[in-house]
Design a protein around this ligand. Structure first.
Ligand code: ADP
Ligand code: MG
Ligand code: ZN
Length: 465
């Protein structure tokens, strides 16, 4: 039996205002019911006006997926009652969506996988119910926030593939600058459809609604596959049904069965004319497309000599990729910059860069010039990352500049030999490890600042003269 999965993904577009009114769209930290107006509250007589930016962002996604944009798409009403939907209908695009077709290629264990896109459309979000011990409260701030819905063909073959596909999609959305696509904040959510196929025939599917974590997507689908395999192996039929997902319990929650399927009574939205996109507007959006992550990955490999794997890690977050490029430009060596960013910077990243790119580049340059030891550089970086003082300030104040001056090292080496005649004699008698002891003495005296390589060369010279 083969697992067959198709996803319907909702992406919240990061426009400043809502889809059909001028209310602010960044509801996440706002007081409930403060970002509303007659339009998004569905007051009688209020009329929607489409947000150009939302259309532009949705088009960027369509272009990136290679979808075919329909020059004339249409808005439809999807009618249903729910307390978080004051209008009693959602404006979406069903009969003629914004774009059809396309695909997303993503990497699974380093191998390319392809998922076809069925269609992509613009729609508005509903509000939110907040459940409290005293009853449910409703927050209308999210009403009318712009979404793009991406519907895939059933091309995914395992729960893990669904997760990795979504990760790749998130990376793409962030590179396009159209959404923050944070699943925890509900900016990226998905309904997952799954069936088990026997003898190549598509089976009856179940749908799991509103998954909002990568882990949840994988676990819920695994659970659904398991739940289908059992009846099928007994020769029984699968019931078409819609489920919710309880992340804490790790359980599917039955919401409705096929018999209770909704009839949304779709019809063309009478308050909006069809969405006609002029060739000029489309060209302008195309013109403004940022570099796509896969093109950027190839460039990181060819321009900076990075491995595909390292490039992939840097590109997972466009801000990290940007930071890396700034450091690389400052250092003049992409691989060296990548080494530092991947090994030293990444673990302090959390919300953003721990130190400015220019300062890190300067630090790396000093290490390369032999002016600061690697160990000391890492220590200073760690302190700067932990907060308070800037990297360069710390460098200056510590007098961490590496001692690599030939004369100075020679003087320090002579001092060490004079202070430890026994070690010097041991070395001359053939005990190689005595050299390490002398190097250690100079390191102690300089608090680790001596250029160890040059120093041992000089000591060796002085002791074999
Ligand atoms: P519905 O009409 O129930 O919404 P659609 O045909 O519109 O179903 O498909 C919705 C989503 O379900 C799409 O992402 C599609 O790829 C996926 N899908 C459709 N049929 C199956 C199936 N048999 N198994 C798994 N996924 C499927
Ligand atoms: Mg559907
Ligand atoms: Zn409004």
């Amino acid at each position: 039996m083969d697992v067959i999965i198709g996803l319907e993904i909702h992406v919240q577009l990061a426009t400043r205002t809502k889809l059909f009114c001028r209310c602010r769209a960044d509801y996440f930290a706002a007081e409930p019911n403060t970002l509303t107006c007659p339009v998004c509250l569905g007051m009688p007589g209020a009329l929607p006006v489409p947000n150009r930016k939302a259309v532009e962002y949705a088009l960027r996604v369509a272009f990136a997926l290679g979808s075919e944009v329909q020059p004339r798409s249409q808005f439809d009403r999807k009618n249903y009652f729910y307390p978080d939907l004051p209008k009693g209908y959602q404006i979406t695009q069903r009969a003629v969506p914004l774009a059809v077709g396309g695909e997303l290629v993503y990497l699974l264990d380093g191998e390319e996988r392809r998922v076809r896109i069925r269609e992509l459309h613009i729609e508005e979000d509903a509000g939110k119910l907040i459940h409290t011990p005293d009853g449910a409260l409703v927050d209308m701030n999210r009403c009318g926030v712009p979404l793009v819905e991406i519907v895939t063909e059933p091309d995914l073959r395992a729960p893990r593939e669904a997760r990795e596909f979504l990760r790749a999609l998130r990376t793409l959305l962030r590179h396009l600058g159209v959404s923050n696509a944070d699943m925890e904040k509900g900016e990226l959510r998905c309904d997952a459809n799954l069936s088990l196929s026997q003898d190549g025939e598509l089976g009856t599917k179940v749908e799991i609604k509103n998954l909002n974590s990568f882990r949840g997507v994988e676990r819920a689908l695994a659970k659904a596959a398991q739940a289908q395999a059992e009846p099928l192996s007994r020769g029984e039929r699968v019931m078409q049904a819609t489920y919710g997902w309880d992340e804490t319990r790790g359980e599917l929650l039955l919401q409705r069965q096929k018999e209770e399927a909704h009839d949304y009574r779709y019809f063309p939205e009478p308050d909006l004319v069809p969405l006609e996109l002029s060739p000029e507007f489309l060209a302008q959006v195309k013109e403004g497309m940022p570099e796509l992550p896969w093109a950027r990955r190839d460039r990181f490999v060819s321009q900076y000599g990075l491995s595909a794997r390292d490039a992939e890690v840097l590109l997972a977050e466009p801000t990290l990729a940007d930071y890396f490029e700034q450091v690389a430009a400052g250092v003049g060596d992409g691989r060296e910059a990548a080494n530092w960013v991947l090994s030293e910077v990444l673990r302090y990243w959390r919300e953003g860069p721990p130190v400015p790119a220019g300062e890190l580049a300067e630090l790396i340059r000093r290490v390369r010039a032999g002016r600061v030891s690697r160990t000391n550089a890492k220590q200073v970086l760690e302190e700067a990352a932990e907060g308070g003082r800037s990297l360069l300030e710390l460098l200056e104040s510590r007098a961490l500049e590496q001692v690599s001056d030939e004369e100075e090292l020679r003087r320090l080496a002579r001092e060490a030999i004079a202070a430890h005649p026994q070690a010097a004699a041991d070395f001359r008698a053939g005990k190689a490890q005595a050299l390490g002891f002398l190097v250690g003495q100079v390191m102690r005296a300089t608090r680790g600042r001596a250029d160890a390589k040059k120093l041992s060369q000089i000591l060796r010279e002085l002791l074999t003269e």
